[in-house]
Design a protein around this ligand. Structure first.
Ligand code: BES
Ligand code: ZN
Length: 588
């Protein structure tokens, strides 16, 4: 199947990189990684090889003992710079020496003061979608896979971890050895360096975190091994060896990132209630849906996230029960409709296969890929029954493991394996048309109905009491906050925060919705708290709606730019770029 990836400069007909040996030195004072990397290619290369790069400071290039000519011969704000290596002569190995930029888009270098312990600096990477090229020149497209090894040198008192197998290095020497025997696309390359402790969770699972948070983290995610066992029942054998978690500082831009063997996690998921473990279920499911079978381009992102959300809901149904799964499904349906309303009924971003040839990988990564993708797969399941669909899932994983796939490749497989799906489900509409189809199996949840009743009362002027909401599930409270009128009185804001006991729940997601309502309702006294929230938390799902509410509300609008200036030093480049884009769109 031929396809073009608009987010990359590479020309795969020149040869594909299939292995890299890294030597990496982390310099915290200059915020630079010094790297020597030896690349192997699958086919021998003659003439030129184009690689993606972003602000890479190239020092040397060698092939077979001779110098290799190179220059950066094209550049673009999104794509970065095209590194043009010249003069190959049937070679299948070459070495580059280079440094990353302090502005590397994948890396956040944090001061000690931004960590839980406050004594040591912290570095972490986030490569998805197209940021690996800011760490090392590469074919930065999810359709190319490579294995790698790495020797990493860090200051003595710090620990390096990677999304790879850790080989034992000499204790306390500051040198760490890694090996990644399973092939990965570049966006799954990951590294972190910090003062880290480790706890076993099970025989194949464990957790890394700063010593100050490791106990709470280990308790919160104690059930990870069980989740892994359930995931294997649904998706087939786990092929990556270990499954560990790494808890990052609150500036981590996502809830989680499915870096192979080592999921990166936000500390905002540590609630003290195990109330957000579905986040780990989600990232773990990616070990199959995404990491084994990978979207070939970011336009096929739903293949990663829709499938993962589907797997997450299936595993959650087993671990937390059908009632909770149904509640989550209705919650997701409402979020879906809300987003479609916001971006417009016929916005192409609501198609599962996102059209266009945008250069920004992140522009394809909408929430709709998650929820609409999951709802589509549920329709497929309904069409053939769970038993047959489950067999299909395992065959799908096995047939395409360690490969990349386009939407069209997936549909071909679906047609061969489950042709009846195409008789019962309007596949073309689901995949290629915007919005949601008219007819589908809409979810129902009596837990959600309870919330709706309280919302209806509220609209009629009857406020909920503590008694009403006392035993609500987390997602009932979230649904309630999400469905409340967007503006209300300041008095009601105060009442609702109290009655829902938001400040006792240690759950920042509630505040995403709550602050958005407060801002739109003119609750000006809340602003210092909003500013602290946006300053502390980098998780985009949590802060973007709040900042969006600011730019859309007259009195708060002018405070968005100064706030962004303040957080510049505190957040990951990915978060800053997203905030900048939001303000720019609003003309600020
Ligand atoms: N792979 C994504 C994170 C991601 C998406 C990074 C797009 C870069 C571009 C991860 O698996 C994810 O989906 N995280 C979600 C949590 C999930 C439970 C919905 C998040 O971070 O909110
Ligand atoms: Zn995901």
């Amino acid at each position: 199947m031929t396809f073009h990836d608009p987010t990359s400069y590479v020309d795969l007909s020149q040869g594909k990189i299939n292995h890299i040996d890294f030597h990496i030195q982390a310099d915290f004072s200059s915020r630079i990684l010094e790297i020597e990397a030896t690349y192997q290619t699958q086919e021998s290369v003659t003439g030129s090889l184009y690689l993606d790069s972003f602000k890479i400071d190239m020092k040397e290039a060698h092939v077979n003992g001779r110098k290799l000519e190179w220059d950066f011969d094209a550049s673009d704000e999104q794509l970065g710079e095209r590194l043009h290596l010249k003069g190959f002569d049937g070679d299948s190995s070459f070495t580059l020496k280079f440094c990353t930029s302090p502005e590397a888009r994948a890396l956040q270098w944090m001061n000690a003061s931004q960590t839980a312990g406050g004594k040591h600096p912290f570095l972490f990477s986030q490569c998805q979608a197209s940021n690996a090229r800011s760490i090392f020149p590469c074919q930065d497209t999810p359709s190319v896979r490579f294995t790698y090894s790495a020797e990493v040198e860090v200051p003595n008192e710090l620990t390096a971890v990677m999304a790879a197998e850790q080989a034992k290095g000499p204790e306390g020497s500051g040198t760490f050895f890694f090996n990644m025997p399973q092939s990965i696309p570049s966006y799954l390359f990951a590294i972190a360096v910090a003062n880290l402790g480790f706890r076993e969770l099970g025989s194949r699972t464990g957790i890394y975190a700063e010593p100050e948070v490791i106990q709470a983290a280990a308790w919160e995610f104690a059930e990870t091994e069980k989740t892994l066992n359930e995931a294997e029942k649904l998706l087939g054998p786990y092929l990556w060896g270990r499954y560990d978690l790494l808890v990052l500082p609150p500036s981590f831009p996502f809830g989680g990132m499915e870096n192979p063997r080592l999921t990166f996690l936000t500390p905002t998921a540590i609630l003290g209630t195990r109330g957000q473990v579905s986040l780990v279920t989600h990232e773990l499911a990616h070990a199959w849906t995404g990491n084994l079978v990978t979207n070939a381009t970011w336009q096929d992102f739903w293949l990663n996230e829709g499938w993962t959300t589907y797997a997450e809901t299936r595993i959650t149904e087993i671990l937390e029960g059908k009632e909770v799964a149904d509640l989550n499904a209705v919650h997701d349906e409402k979020r879906t409709l809300e987003i479609i309303k916001r971006v417009g009924l016929d916005s192409p971003t609501t198609c599962l296969k996102v059209p266009g040839d945008g250069k920004d990988g992140d522009s394809f990564t909408s929430i709709l890929a998650y929820t609409k993708g999951c709802f589509f797969l549920k329709e497929c399941e309904y069409a053939v029954g769970r038993e047959r669909f489950d067999k299909f899932i395992q065959k799908y994983m096995k047939s395409f493991q360690f490969q990349s796939l386009t939407t069209e490749g997936f549909l071909d497989f679906l047609k061969t394996e489950l042709p009846e799906v195409f008789e019962k489900v309007d596949v073309q509409t689901w995949i290629y048309k915007p919005g949601m189809p008219e007819i589908w199996h809409k979810p129902h949840s009596h837990l959600y109905d309870e919330v709706e009743n309280v919302l209806r009362d509220y609209e009629q002027g009857k406020l909920p009491t503590k008694e009403t909401v006392k035993d609500w599930h987390r997602n009932q409270i979230l649904s309630f906050l999400q469905e409340l009128p967007k503006t209300t009185s300041v008095e009601d804001c105060k009442y609702l925060e109290d009655v829902l006991e938001l400040n006792q729940r240690n759950d920042d997601y509630f505040y995403t919705y709550f602050y958005s309502i407060c801002i739109a309702s003119g609750y000006q006294d809340v602003m210092p708290r909003v500013e602290d929230f946006v300053e502390k938390i980098g998780r985009m799902l949590y802060i973007m709606p709040v900042v969006r509410a600011m730019v859309e509300t007259d009195w708060a609008r002018d405070r968005a730019r100064p706030l962004l200036e303040r957080v510049h030093e505190k957040h990951h480049p990915v978060t800053i770029a997203a905030l900048e884009a939001l303000l720019k769109k609003a003309g600020l």
